[in-house]
Design a protein around this ligand. Structure first.
Ligand code: ZN
Length: 70
């Protein structure tokens, strides 16, 4: 059953395939604290669900911003 929805692209997918920005706890840089602040500005919180593609996009986007802000 595809009963989950991506907050960004609105695509429907299975609940077990949900990704959230909590995923970014596991990356080395930027720090999770920095990431949380970054996504707060985009009005995204830790509980929003995303498909894998959109989360990858946010990953790239936030890393790029972080590089620029150094
Ligand atoms: Zn999506």
């Amino acid at each position: 059953m595809k009963n989950a929805q991506c907050t960004k692209c609105l695509k429907k997918f299975q609940e077990k395939e949900i990704f959230t920005i909590q995923q970014f706890q596991y990356r080395q840089v930027p720090s999770y604290k920095w990431s949380i602040e970054f996504f707060k500005k985009l009005e995204i919180d830790e509980w929003d669900s995303f498909c894998e593609n959109c989360l990858m996009e946010y990953s790239e986007q936030s890393k790029k911003k972080w590089e620029e802000s150094k």
